[in-house]
Design a protein around this ligand. Structure first.
Ligand code: NBP
Length: 476
């Protein structure tokens, strides 16, 4: 037994992570259901470091130093359960099984309990950064028993991305917490991408800018407070010219966005937790709407109305869009962090939001300069009520609020859909409102269902005898 870590599942993610471990000096045992992938990896990249080729699960587990550490990188769902079962049958108490796939966190909670009952340590680790990150340094969000992190942490930290020398990997919390925060990370990624898409749509249709011109705008934005991986790649995608037609590539790509499910999971979980992640929800629905191709085709040509008036000052309006994007992005992150706090309370995970901002600064898809600010905000006040109340973010939004309103109202008049910009602004306005119409909602609920209401001037719950003499009674 010579290998410090084993990787099973050698498709694109698994093979790149295996190579990353090997490049960091670890001996890596390799396993894949079909041996062809193992051999392909060794043939192409065998010189990256020390690998141990294995064919059977027994051989694979036998190649590992104790306590054994096995990283599973197979398709999420049933394949993961099948592989866990095969491994658990031959592993010993104290060994560690790590699931690095995109598992649903409730599956991870179930698997962790089942493995713990058999004396095995089960670590659900969220891994972000795609193929490139897997090879050169991803952000890693491992959950599971704290003891297993002592043996596993140093390996994961060494292959993770680093920002200012700090690894983008830390122990997140018990059982499903690692996959939960990875899920919300992906939800935030959906919101961020949707907001960028809306900014592009406005630059294109309200200002009539070309893809190349818009690429320039994003490149410029990437040198300021919006600096982030997603803004950077947006500029590159927009600048790409299609070899076949000579047109911008973005103009020949079908405008129907697909999704694998983590955004949807985030919204489902938020609904259960009662947390308004409106930016993420709008992003998931916007992808669904874009994919309703038959319905869109049938509706094409419906009237836009006659209010359209294009912005007269393109430079000013571009700056307005930049500010609206930043303010909406702050709201989307604030909502995601609210969901993480609620999940932490629900499952008793003890999550530390500042740690997440720290490890998301590098390696992952949502890496951005702005995460440093989130980290600072939680360091200054770990019990922050909402990210938008941290002094830096509050000031950033207050500086942007006029631009934000101009952008949303212009978009509405021109008939350009900006669901995420608009819902983020509505969220902000609702949060800061002194009185919401929910008082009326409570009155209606009391009227038809005797659901009772509270009063602003007294303790307790009250009911009005709506079908009687309409006097009020206290119900508790
Ligand atoms: P895939 O998700 O495409 O899975 C392919 C791998 O799963 C192959 O090694 C395949 O073995 C194995 N596999 C399957 Br399918 N069914 C199996 C079974 N019943 N028993 C054993 N092995 C089985 O690979 P990927 O795109 O590299 O992603 C791996 C994991 O990482 C996924 O959970 C994914 O969600 C997650 N992830 C992906 C990204 C990304 O950017 N792609 C980012 C972050 C996380 P075979 O070769 O024998 O068919």
């Amino acid at each position: 037994a010579t290998a410090q870590i084993g990787v099973t599942g050698l498709a694109v993610m698994g093979s790149n992570i295996a190579r990353n471990f090997a490049r960091h000096g670890y001996t890596v045992a390799l396993h894949n259901r079909s041996v062809a992938k193992t051999d392909a990896l060794l043939a192409e990249h065998g010189t990256d470091g020390e690998f141990v080729r294995t064919e059977t699960i027994e051989e694979f587990v036998g190649a590992l130093e104790k306590p054994r550490r096995v990283l599973i990188m197979v398709k999420a769902g049933e394949a993961t359960d099948a592989v866990i079962e095969e491994l658990a049958a031959v592993m010993e108490p104290g060994d560690i099984i790590i699931d690095g796939g995109n598992a649903l966190y409730t599956d991870t909670i179930r698997r962790e309990a089942a493995m713990a009952a058999r004396g095995l340590n089960f670590v659900g680790a969220g891994i972000s950064g795609g193929e490139e990150g897997a090879l050169n340094g991803p952000a890693i969000m491992p959950g599971g028993p704290k003891e297993s992190y002592e043996s596993l942490g140093p390996l994961l930290e060494s292959i993770s991305a680093k920002v200012d020398g700090v690894p983008c990997c830390t122990h997140i919390g018990p059982d499903g917490s690692g996959h939960f925060v990875k899920m919300v990370h992906n939800g935030i990624e959906y919101a961020d991408m949707q907001l960028i898409g809306e900014a592009y749509h406005l630059l294109r249709d309200a200002l009539g800018a070309s893809a190349g011109e818009i690429a320039e705008v994003f490149t410029q934005w990437n040198s300021g407070e919006l600096e982030s991986y997603l803004v950077e790649i947006t500029a590159q995608v927009l600048a790409q010219v299609d070899a076949k037609t000579g047109e911008p590539l973005v103009d020949v790509i079908v405008d129907a966005a697909e999704q694998k499910g983590t955004g949807r999971w985030t919204v489902k979980s938020a609904l259960d937790l009662g947390i308004p992640v409106t930016g993420i929800a709008e992003a998931v629905f916007a992808r669904a709407l874009s994919g309703s191709r038959a319905q869109r085709k049938a509706a094409h040509g419906l009237a836009a109305g006659t209010l359209a008036e294009k912005p007269s000052d393109a430079v000013q309006f571009t700056e307005d869009i930049r500010r609206a994007l930043y303010a909406s992005k702050i709201v989307a992150y604030a909502q995601g962090f609210d969901q993480i706090a609620a999940g932490s309370t629900e499952y008793n995970w003890g999550l530390r939001p500042g740690d997440l901002a720290t490890i998301w600064r590098g390696g992952c898809i949502i890496r951005a300069r702005f995460l440093d600010r989130i980290k600072d905000a939680y360091e200054a006040d770990p019990l922050l009520q909402s990210l938008i109340l941290a002094p830096y973010f509050r000031a950033a939004i207050e500086e942007s609020v006029d631009s934000w309103r101009r952008v949303v109202s212009t978009a509405v008049q021109l008939g350009i859909p900006v669901p995420a910009f608009a819902s983020s602004l509505a969220y902000y306005d609702a949060l800061r409102a002194e009185r919401l119409p929910a008082a009326l909602t409570q009155g209606q609920r009391d009227f038809f269902g005797a659901h009772t209401y509270e009063r602003v001037d007294a303790e307790g719950h009250y009911h009005t005898l709506w079908s009687g003499d309409r006097s009020e009674v206290r119900t508790d």
